[in-house]
Design a protein around this ligand. Structure first.
Ligand code: CAA
Length: 388
Protein backbone atom coordinates (compact mmCIF):
# COMPACT_ATOMS: atom_id res chain seq x y z
CA UNK A 1 0.00 0.00 0.00
CA UNK A 2 1.51 3.33 -1.11
CA UNK A 3 0.73 6.05 1.39
CA UNK A 4 2.05 9.60 1.49
CA UNK A 5 1.43 13.29 0.91
CA UNK A 6 -1.36 13.88 -1.57
CA UNK A 7 -1.70 17.66 -1.20
CA UNK A 8 0.37 20.29 0.49
CA UNK A 9 0.09 24.02 1.06
CA UNK A 10 1.50 26.84 3.11
CA UNK A 11 0.38 30.18 4.52
CA UNK A 12 2.21 32.98 6.25
CA UNK A 13 1.32 36.54 7.14
CA UNK A 14 1.34 39.29 4.51
CA UNK A 15 3.93 41.33 6.44
CA UNK A 16 7.68 40.88 6.69
CA UNK A 17 10.73 42.44 8.28
CA UNK A 18 13.89 42.79 6.18
CA UNK A 19 16.92 41.27 7.91
CA UNK A 20 19.19 44.12 6.71
CA UNK A 21 16.94 46.57 8.59
CA UNK A 22 17.04 44.36 11.68
CA UNK A 23 20.84 44.01 11.51
CA UNK A 24 21.26 47.78 11.22
CA UNK A 25 18.93 48.36 14.18
CA UNK A 26 20.89 45.83 16.28
CA UNK A 27 24.35 47.17 15.26
CA UNK A 28 25.21 43.87 13.57
CA UNK A 29 26.91 43.39 10.20
CA UNK A 30 24.02 42.52 7.79
CA UNK A 31 26.14 39.66 6.43
CA UNK A 32 25.93 37.95 9.81
CA UNK A 33 22.17 37.65 9.29
CA UNK A 34 22.20 37.17 5.49
CA UNK A 35 25.13 34.73 5.28
CA UNK A 36 26.01 33.64 8.83
CA UNK A 37 22.37 32.80 9.66
CA UNK A 38 21.14 32.60 6.06
CA UNK A 39 17.96 34.61 6.61
CA UNK A 40 16.74 37.37 4.23
CA UNK A 41 13.29 38.23 5.55
CA UNK A 42 11.14 37.17 8.47
CA UNK A 43 7.34 36.96 8.65
CA UNK A 44 5.75 39.35 11.13
CA UNK A 45 2.50 37.87 12.43
CA UNK A 46 -0.25 40.38 13.27
CA UNK A 47 -2.68 39.89 16.14
CA UNK A 48 -5.39 39.03 13.61
CA UNK A 49 -3.54 35.78 12.76
CA UNK A 50 -2.80 32.85 15.07
CA UNK A 51 -1.96 29.19 14.47
CA UNK A 52 -5.64 28.33 13.90
CA UNK A 53 -6.26 31.02 11.26
CA UNK A 54 -2.90 30.41 9.57
CA UNK A 55 -3.68 26.69 9.35
CA UNK A 56 -7.16 27.43 7.96
CA UNK A 57 -5.63 29.84 5.41
CA UNK A 58 -3.16 27.15 4.32
CA UNK A 59 -5.91 24.50 4.09
CA UNK A 60 -8.36 26.63 2.13
CA UNK A 61 -6.06 26.41 -0.92
CA UNK A 62 -6.19 22.59 -1.05
CA UNK A 63 -9.20 21.13 0.78
CA UNK A 64 -12.14 20.19 -1.48
CA UNK A 65 -15.44 18.40 -0.90
CA UNK A 66 -13.90 14.97 -1.48
CA UNK A 67 -11.36 15.70 1.30
CA UNK A 68 -14.19 16.95 3.52
CA UNK A 69 -15.82 13.52 3.24
CA UNK A 70 -12.69 11.40 3.54
CA UNK A 71 -10.63 13.15 6.21
CA UNK A 72 -11.43 11.67 9.60
CA UNK A 73 -8.14 12.29 11.35
CA UNK A 74 -7.02 15.88 11.99
CA UNK A 75 -3.69 16.28 13.76
CA UNK A 76 -2.42 19.74 14.63
CA UNK A 77 1.28 20.00 15.50
CA UNK A 78 2.14 23.24 17.29
CA UNK A 79 3.99 24.66 20.25
CA UNK A 80 2.11 27.97 19.95
CA UNK A 81 -1.35 26.64 20.80
CA UNK A 82 -4.10 29.14 21.56
CA UNK A 83 -5.53 27.27 24.54
CA UNK A 84 -4.06 25.12 27.28
CA UNK A 85 -6.94 22.64 26.96
CA UNK A 86 -8.94 22.84 23.72
CA UNK A 87 -7.01 21.78 20.63
CA UNK A 88 -6.46 23.97 17.59
CA UNK A 89 -7.61 20.98 15.49
CA UNK A 90 -11.20 21.27 16.74
CA UNK A 91 -11.39 24.94 15.76
CA UNK A 92 -9.91 24.07 12.36
CA UNK A 93 -12.34 21.21 11.75
CA UNK A 94 -15.26 23.58 12.25
CA UNK A 95 -13.79 26.45 10.22
CA UNK A 96 -13.13 24.20 7.20
CA UNK A 97 -16.46 22.35 7.45
CA UNK A 98 -14.67 19.00 7.83
CA UNK A 99 -16.37 15.71 8.61
CA UNK A 100 -17.45 15.60 12.28
CA UNK A 101 -17.01 11.84 12.45
CA UNK A 102 -13.33 12.49 12.97
CA UNK A 103 -10.58 12.40 15.55
CA UNK A 104 -9.19 15.91 16.00
CA UNK A 105 -6.39 16.77 18.42
CA UNK A 106 -3.16 18.67 18.98
CA UNK A 107 0.38 17.30 19.41
CA UNK A 108 3.27 19.04 21.12
CA UNK A 109 6.98 18.25 21.12
CA UNK A 110 8.58 21.56 20.10
CA UNK A 111 9.26 21.57 16.33
CA UNK A 112 8.65 17.82 16.02
CA UNK A 113 4.83 17.84 16.45
CA UNK A 114 3.90 17.74 12.75
CA UNK A 115 6.24 14.79 12.15
CA UNK A 116 4.61 12.86 14.99
CA UNK A 117 1.29 13.66 13.29
CA UNK A 118 2.53 12.63 9.87
CA UNK A 119 3.82 9.27 11.09
CA UNK A 120 0.57 8.61 12.95
CA UNK A 121 -1.41 9.56 9.83
CA UNK A 122 0.72 7.23 7.72
CA UNK A 123 -0.11 4.25 9.92
CA UNK A 124 -3.79 5.21 10.07
CA UNK A 125 -4.13 5.43 6.28
CA UNK A 126 -2.16 2.21 5.79
CA UNK A 127 -4.83 0.52 7.93
CA UNK A 128 -7.75 2.46 6.38
CA UNK A 129 -6.77 3.20 2.75
CA UNK A 130 -10.18 4.66 1.92
CA UNK A 131 -9.75 7.38 4.55
CA UNK A 132 -7.55 10.50 4.60
CA UNK A 133 -5.78 12.50 7.30
CA UNK A 134 -5.03 16.20 7.61
CA UNK A 135 -1.74 17.09 9.30
CA UNK A 136 -0.82 20.65 10.26
CA UNK A 137 2.42 22.25 11.42
CA UNK A 138 1.76 25.85 12.48
CA UNK A 139 3.67 28.13 14.82
CA UNK A 140 4.82 31.62 15.65
CA UNK A 141 8.52 31.61 16.59
CA UNK A 142 9.27 34.17 19.30
CA UNK A 143 12.56 34.69 21.14
CA UNK A 144 12.34 38.36 22.11
CA UNK A 145 13.46 41.76 20.95
CA UNK A 146 17.25 42.25 20.98
CA UNK A 147 17.98 38.59 21.77
CA UNK A 148 20.39 36.44 19.69
CA UNK A 149 17.38 34.36 18.62
CA UNK A 150 15.52 37.38 17.23
CA UNK A 151 16.92 36.88 13.72
CA UNK A 152 15.52 33.33 13.76
CA UNK A 153 11.89 34.30 14.45
CA UNK A 154 9.06 33.92 11.91
CA UNK A 155 5.79 32.07 11.57
CA UNK A 156 3.26 30.34 9.36
CA UNK A 157 1.45 27.08 8.72
CA UNK A 158 1.96 24.06 6.47
CA UNK A 159 -0.99 21.77 5.73
CA UNK A 160 -0.71 18.23 4.33
CA UNK A 161 -3.37 15.75 3.22
CA UNK A 162 -2.22 12.16 3.72
CA UNK A 163 -3.81 9.49 1.53
CA UNK A 164 -3.30 6.18 -0.25
CA UNK A 165 -1.88 6.52 -3.80
CA UNK A 166 -0.73 10.09 -3.12
CA UNK A 167 0.05 12.67 -5.82
CA UNK A 168 3.14 14.31 -4.29
CA UNK A 169 5.31 11.78 -2.42
CA UNK A 170 5.06 8.38 -0.76
CA UNK A 171 6.83 7.08 2.33
CA UNK A 172 9.67 4.95 1.04
CA UNK A 173 11.36 3.11 3.87
CA UNK A 174 11.75 3.04 7.61
CA UNK A 175 12.09 5.96 10.01
CA UNK A 176 14.91 6.14 12.49
CA UNK A 177 14.39 8.21 15.61
CA UNK A 178 16.18 9.28 18.76
CA UNK A 179 15.12 11.15 21.89
CA UNK A 180 16.78 12.37 25.07
CA UNK A 181 16.04 14.80 27.90
CA UNK A 182 17.98 17.87 26.77
CA UNK A 183 17.54 21.53 27.80
CA UNK A 184 18.41 23.27 24.52
CA UNK A 185 15.16 25.16 23.88
CA UNK A 186 11.93 25.22 25.90
CA UNK A 187 9.06 27.50 26.85
CA UNK A 188 7.66 27.34 30.40
CA UNK A 189 3.88 27.84 30.66
CA UNK A 190 4.25 31.39 31.97
CA UNK A 191 6.35 32.58 29.02
CA UNK A 192 5.40 33.81 25.53
CA UNK A 193 9.03 33.68 24.35
CA UNK A 194 11.28 30.63 24.17
CA UNK A 195 14.22 30.09 26.48
CA UNK A 196 17.14 28.82 24.43
CA UNK A 197 20.76 27.77 24.78
CA UNK A 198 21.42 28.63 21.14
CA UNK A 199 24.87 27.22 20.41
CA UNK A 200 24.14 24.09 22.42
CA UNK A 201 20.88 23.61 20.46
CA UNK A 202 22.88 23.70 17.21
CA UNK A 203 25.17 20.97 18.51
CA UNK A 204 22.33 18.74 19.73
CA UNK A 205 20.55 19.15 16.39
CA UNK A 206 23.60 17.95 14.42
CA UNK A 207 24.23 15.15 16.91
CA UNK A 208 20.64 13.85 16.58
CA UNK A 209 20.85 14.14 12.78
CA UNK A 210 24.00 12.07 12.66
CA UNK A 211 22.64 9.47 15.09
CA UNK A 212 19.45 8.94 13.07
CA UNK A 213 21.29 9.03 9.72
CA UNK A 214 23.88 6.48 10.87
CA UNK A 215 21.16 4.17 12.15
CA UNK A 216 19.24 4.56 8.88
CA UNK A 217 22.29 3.52 6.87
CA UNK A 218 22.94 0.62 9.21
CA UNK A 219 19.44 -0.89 9.04
CA UNK A 220 18.84 -0.29 5.32
CA UNK A 221 22.32 -0.68 3.85
CA UNK A 222 21.66 2.51 1.86
CA UNK A 223 24.10 5.40 1.38
CA UNK A 224 23.93 9.10 0.62
CA UNK A 225 23.93 8.14 -3.09
CA UNK A 226 20.38 6.79 -2.61
CA UNK A 227 19.07 10.35 -2.15
CA UNK A 228 18.56 13.07 -4.72
CA UNK A 229 18.11 15.76 -2.07
CA UNK A 230 18.08 16.21 1.70
CA UNK A 231 15.59 18.36 3.55
CA UNK A 232 15.80 19.48 7.15
CA UNK A 233 13.96 21.19 9.92
CA UNK A 234 15.24 24.72 9.23
CA UNK A 235 15.08 26.94 12.31
CA UNK A 236 17.27 29.10 10.08
CA UNK A 237 18.84 28.06 6.76
CA UNK A 238 22.43 27.85 8.03
CA UNK A 239 21.33 25.08 10.42
CA UNK A 240 20.54 22.84 7.45
CA UNK A 241 23.90 23.68 5.88
CA UNK A 242 25.62 22.63 9.12
CA UNK A 243 23.75 19.30 9.09
CA UNK A 244 24.43 18.67 5.41
CA UNK A 245 28.12 19.53 5.86
CA UNK A 246 28.40 16.98 8.64
CA UNK A 247 27.85 14.09 6.18
CA UNK A 248 28.54 15.52 2.72
CA UNK A 249 31.98 13.92 2.51
CA UNK A 250 30.16 10.61 2.16
CA UNK A 251 29.09 11.69 -1.37
CA UNK A 252 31.28 11.85 -4.49
CA UNK A 253 32.16 15.26 -5.90
CA UNK A 254 29.33 15.42 -8.43
CA UNK A 255 26.72 14.44 -5.90
CA UNK A 256 28.09 16.90 -3.36
CA UNK A 257 27.49 19.67 -5.91
CA UNK A 258 23.96 18.37 -6.61
CA UNK A 259 23.01 18.10 -2.94
CA UNK A 260 24.18 21.67 -2.34
CA UNK A 261 22.25 22.90 -5.38
CA UNK A 262 19.05 21.20 -4.22
CA UNK A 263 19.56 22.64 -0.74
CA UNK A 264 19.61 26.14 -2.25
CA UNK A 265 16.21 25.53 -3.90
CA UNK A 266 14.80 24.06 -0.72
CA UNK A 267 15.70 27.03 1.44
CA UNK A 268 13.96 29.70 -0.69
CA UNK A 269 10.64 29.77 1.21
CA UNK A 270 12.36 29.40 4.60
CA UNK A 271 14.83 32.23 4.08
CA UNK A 272 11.90 34.54 3.30
CA UNK A 273 9.60 33.51 6.15
CA UNK A 274 11.81 32.43 9.06
CA UNK A 275 11.19 29.67 11.56
CA UNK A 276 7.78 27.99 11.52
CA UNK A 277 8.89 25.52 14.21
CA UNK A 278 6.64 22.49 13.40
CA UNK A 279 6.16 23.55 9.79
CA UNK A 280 9.79 24.33 8.91
CA UNK A 281 10.86 20.90 7.63
CA UNK A 282 7.76 20.68 5.46
CA UNK A 283 8.25 24.22 4.17
CA UNK A 284 11.78 23.18 3.15
CA UNK A 285 10.34 20.12 1.37
CA UNK A 286 7.64 22.21 -0.35
CA UNK A 287 10.17 24.83 -1.41
CA UNK A 288 12.36 22.11 -2.89
CA UNK A 289 9.63 20.47 -4.97
CA UNK A 290 8.23 23.82 -6.13
CA UNK A 291 11.55 25.48 -6.98
CA UNK A 292 13.98 22.77 -8.15
CA UNK A 293 14.21 22.16 -11.92
CA UNK A 294 16.13 18.91 -11.55
CA UNK A 295 13.69 16.72 -9.67
CA UNK A 296 11.87 13.84 -11.31
CA UNK A 297 9.20 11.37 -10.35
CA UNK A 298 10.89 8.50 -8.48
CA UNK A 299 13.58 10.68 -6.89
CA UNK A 300 14.14 9.91 -3.22
CA UNK A 301 14.22 12.79 -0.74
CA UNK A 302 15.52 12.53 2.84
CA UNK A 303 13.66 14.36 5.61
CA UNK A 304 15.16 15.16 9.01
CA UNK A 305 12.84 16.42 11.72
CA UNK A 306 14.11 17.91 14.97
CA UNK A 307 12.20 19.14 18.00
CA UNK A 308 14.21 20.56 20.87
CA UNK A 309 13.96 18.92 24.23
CA UNK A 310 14.73 16.73 22.20
CA UNK A 311 13.39 14.40 19.50
CA UNK A 312 14.90 13.66 16.09
CA UNK A 313 13.57 11.55 13.21
CA UNK A 314 14.98 10.69 9.80
CA UNK A 315 12.81 9.21 7.03
CA UNK A 316 12.76 8.90 3.24
CA UNK A 317 10.04 9.83 0.73
CA UNK A 318 9.81 9.14 -3.00
CA UNK A 319 8.39 11.70 -5.42
CA UNK A 320 5.31 10.77 -7.44
CA UNK A 321 4.31 11.82 -10.98
CA UNK A 322 2.38 14.94 -9.97
CA UNK A 323 4.70 16.16 -7.24
CA UNK A 324 4.58 19.75 -8.43
CA UNK A 325 1.37 21.76 -8.71
CA UNK A 326 2.45 24.76 -10.84
CA UNK A 327 -0.69 26.77 -10.16
CA UNK A 328 -0.38 26.40 -6.39
CA UNK A 329 3.38 27.08 -6.55
CA UNK A 330 2.71 30.31 -8.42
CA UNK A 331 0.08 31.42 -5.91
CA UNK A 332 2.54 30.77 -3.03
CA UNK A 333 5.25 32.78 -4.82
CA UNK A 334 2.80 35.60 -5.52
CA UNK A 335 1.74 35.69 -1.87
CA UNK A 336 5.37 35.97 -0.72
CA UNK A 337 6.14 38.67 -3.30
CA UNK A 338 3.11 40.80 -2.48
CA UNK A 339 3.83 41.03 1.26
CA UNK A 340 4.13 44.45 2.88
CA UNK A 341 7.48 45.39 4.39
CA UNK A 342 7.30 46.74 7.95
CA UNK A 343 9.92 48.85 9.73
CA UNK A 344 11.77 47.66 12.82
CA UNK A 345 9.63 50.04 14.91
CA UNK A 346 6.39 48.60 13.46
CA UNK A 347 7.61 45.04 14.05
CA UNK A 348 8.55 45.84 17.66
CA UNK A 349 5.12 47.30 18.32
CA UNK A 350 3.34 44.26 16.84
CA UNK A 351 5.64 41.91 18.77
CA UNK A 352 5.14 43.71 22.09
CA UNK A 353 1.35 43.90 21.82
CA UNK A 354 0.87 40.22 21.00
CA UNK A 355 -2.61 39.21 22.07
CA UNK A 356 -1.92 36.22 24.37
CA UNK A 357 -0.30 38.66 26.77
CA UNK A 358 -3.59 40.52 27.13
CA UNK A 359 -6.28 39.36 29.54
CA UNK A 360 -9.87 40.49 28.94
CA UNK A 361 -12.17 41.29 26.01
CA UNK A 362 -10.51 42.55 22.84
CA UNK A 363 -11.96 43.77 19.55
CA UNK A 364 -9.32 43.75 16.82
CA UNK A 365 -9.17 45.99 13.76
CA UNK A 366 -9.28 43.39 10.96
CA UNK A 367 -9.58 45.86 8.08
CA UNK A 368 -5.92 45.45 7.03
CA UNK A 369 -5.93 41.64 7.10
CA UNK A 370 -6.53 40.28 3.58
CA UNK A 371 -6.60 36.61 4.58
CA UNK A 372 -9.75 34.51 4.26
CA UNK A 373 -9.66 33.50 7.95
CA UNK A 374 -8.71 35.90 10.74
CA UNK A 375 -9.14 36.51 14.44
CA UNK A 376 -11.71 39.18 15.31
CA UNK A 377 -10.99 39.31 19.00
CA UNK A 378 -11.60 37.71 22.38
CA UNK A 379 -14.84 37.80 24.35
CA UNK A 380 -15.48 36.07 27.67
CA UNK A 381 -12.11 34.29 27.23
CA UNK A 382 -13.29 32.82 23.90
CA UNK A 383 -11.52 33.50 20.63
CA UNK A 384 -13.84 34.86 17.95
CA UNK A 385 -12.83 33.91 14.41
CA UNK A 386 -14.03 35.60 11.22
CA UNK A 387 -14.11 34.69 7.53
CA UNK A 388 -14.21 36.90 4.45
N1 CAA B 1 29.50 37.68 7.85
C1 CAA B 1 29.23 36.37 7.67
N2 CAA B 1 29.00 35.48 8.68
C2 CAA B 1 29.06 35.96 9.94
C3 CAA B 1 29.35 37.31 10.21
C4 CAA B 1 29.58 38.19 9.11
N3 CAA B 1 29.85 39.48 9.28
N4 CAA B 1 29.35 37.47 11.55
C5 CAA B 1 29.05 36.28 12.11
N5 CAA B 1 28.89 35.36 11.13
C6 CAA B 1 28.55 33.94 11.28
C7 CAA B 1 29.25 33.24 12.43
O1 CAA B 1 30.55 32.84 12.05
C8 CAA B 1 28.31 32.09 12.67
O2 CAA B 1 28.52 31.09 11.69
P1 CAA B 1 28.68 29.53 12.13
O3 CAA B 1 27.41 29.17 12.85
O4 CAA B 1 28.87 28.82 10.86
O5 CAA B 1 29.85 29.48 13.06
C9 CAA B 1 26.92 32.67 12.37
O6 CAA B 1 27.17 33.89 11.63
C10 CAA B 1 26.13 33.03 13.62
O7 CAA B 1 26.96 33.81 14.43
P2 CAA B 1 26.99 33.61 16.02
O8 CAA B 1 27.12 32.16 16.34
O9 CAA B 1 27.95 34.55 16.60
O10 CAA B 1 25.49 34.10 16.33
P3 CAA B 1 24.77 34.27 17.69
O11 CAA B 1 25.61 33.82 18.84
O12 CAA B 1 24.25 35.65 17.74
O13 CAA B 1 23.49 33.28 17.60
C11 CAA B 1 22.11 31.41 17.12
C12 CAA B 1 23.20 32.35 16.59
C13 CAA B 1 22.69 30.56 18.25
C14 CAA B 1 21.66 30.49 16.01
C15 CAA B 1 20.92 32.26 17.64
O14 CAA B 1 20.34 32.96 16.58
C16 CAA B 1 19.85 31.45 18.35
O15 CAA B 1 19.94 31.18 19.54
N6 CAA B 1 18.77 31.03 17.60
C17 CAA B 1 17.66 30.27 18.16
C18 CAA B 1 18.01 28.83 18.44
C19 CAA B 1 18.02 27.97 17.21
O16 CAA B 1 17.47 28.29 16.18
N7 CAA B 1 18.64 26.79 17.33
C20 CAA B 1 18.70 25.83 16.24
C21 CAA B 1 18.73 24.42 16.72
S1 CAA B 1 17.33 24.11 17.79
C22 CAA B 1 16.04 23.81 16.72
O17 CAA B 1 16.22 23.59 15.57
C23 CAA B 1 14.64 23.87 17.27
C24 CAA B 1 14.08 25.21 16.92
O18 CAA B 1 13.43 25.39 15.89
C25 CAA B 1 14.35 26.29 17.84
Amino acid sequence: MNVGIDKMSFYSSDMYLDMVDLANARNEDPNKYLIGIGQKKQAVIPNTQDVVTMAANACTKIIDDDNRKKIDLIIFGTETGVDNSKSAAIYLQNMLGLNRRARAFEIKQACYGATAGLQMAKEYVQNHPERQALVIGADIARYGIKTPGEVTQGGGAVAMVISANPSIAEFDGPSTFYSDDVMDFWRPLYRTEAVVDGHYSNDVYVDFFKKTWDEYKEITGQTIADFKAMTFHLPYPKMGIKALRSIIDEADEEQQANLKKEFEQGRIYNENVGNLYTGSLYLNFLSLINNSDDLQSGDRIALFSYGSGAQGEFFPMKLKDNFRNDELAKSLDDALKSRKQVSVEEYEEIFTNWIPIADGDIKLDTSNDKAEFFLEGVKDHQRIYGRK
